[in-house]
Ligand binder design. Structure first.
Ligand code: BV8
Length: 241
């Protein structure tokens, strides 16, 4: 009898790397070119909104113009969700839309979404594909100059934490894909699952993450090789006990 228990999958920038999107902490990564404190905190936005808008406008354009596409790792996870009898939830740290474009539906962007903006005054969230600037006006409340990317900056509360913690408590398999395990609370999910002692934990990454020793099983290589192979294995063998 194959065990088709619930699966929670945490993804990070590494799953989108082979689609052509830069990661954060690799040698050529985003944080090698710009400081978190200058572009990814509420203080940075208050201090120099134009600089923050330039940083996100440059990252939004390739997604808005569809210059990048989901890769076979994104597609394998969408197939897993569609065909797996148990629930499959993807919790992504990524703010790109490649999981959606691959077909994933049961998906939670805990760090927000690049293709949405939020009004700092009324909180209205809208789809936004163009550059954003301080002259842009909120269509809901009319305020100008308070529109910001709908992403979670350092020091801000990630989205969906209650739903994530419920899913982690109820899963039989936790898989972490393409994340360096540097950013909390995401990097702490594997520890939460381990402490419950009812799920297998697996890291699929190019190299060991900061939390590698916390996983029951680790496999290293490119996501486009590891993820489709693991999804195939799940359908033939079910969850390992
Ligand atoms: C918060 C959105 C309170 C914007 C991002 C302890 C507990 C709680 C908080 C903290 C804590 N300690 C410190 C903190 C504060 C802070 C934090 O973690 N700081 C770190 C730097 C020490 N955390 C916060 O501020 C968070 N908020 O804590 O609120 C709270 C506390 C508890 C519970 C609730 C609330 C908010 C963090 C979110 C910040 N926003 N991004 C944007 O994208 O511009 S974080 C940013 O880092 C991205 O979201 C990114 O996804 C994320 C993680 O990076 P990774 O995805 O892992 O990418 P990285 O480059 O690091 O790694 C890529 C990996 O892929 C590598 O391992 C590489 O080997 C691998 N790879 C590369 N290529 C491939 C590959 N793997 C496979 N195949 C390949 N081809």
């Amino acid at each position: 009898m194959i065990d088709h228990g619930n699966i929670v999958i945490l993804t990070g920038a590494g799953i989108s790397q082979e689609s052509g999107l830069a990661t954060f902490r690799d040698a050529d990564g985003i944080w090698a070119k710009v400081r978190i404190e200058d572009v990814a905190t509420p203080e940075a936005y208050a201090r120099d909104p134009d600089r923050v808008h330039r940083f996100y406008n440059a990252r939004r354009r390739p997604l808005a113009e569809r210059d990048v596409a989901p890769n076979v790792a994104h597609l394998a996870l969408a197939r897993l969700e569609a065909d797996w009898p148990g629930e499959v939830l993807i919790v992504t740290q990524n703010i790109d839309d490649l999981h959606e474009r691959a077909g994933s539906r049961n998906l939670l962007h805990m760090h927000g979404e690049m293709l949405k903006v939020r009004c700092g005054d009324c909180g209205d969230v809208v789809e936004w594909l163009a550059d954003l600037g301080r002259d842009d006006q909120c269509a809901s409340c009319g305020t100008t100059g308070r529109m910001r990317p709908h992403v979670v900056w350092f020091g801000e509360m990630p989205f969906g934490m209650e739903r994530i913690e419920m899913a982690l408590a109820g899963c039989r398999l936790f898989i972490s894909i393409g994340t360096s395990g540097n950013v909390y609370p995401a990097a702490g999910f594997v520890q939460m699952v381990r402490e419950l002692e009812r799920a297998h934990t697996l890291e699929l990454n190019l190299e060991p993450s900061e939390g590698a020793t916390l996983f029951a099983e680790t496999r290293y290589g490119p996501a486009t090789e590891l993820v489709p192979a693991f999804v195939d294995q799940l359908f033939t063998e079910g969850l390992s006990n």
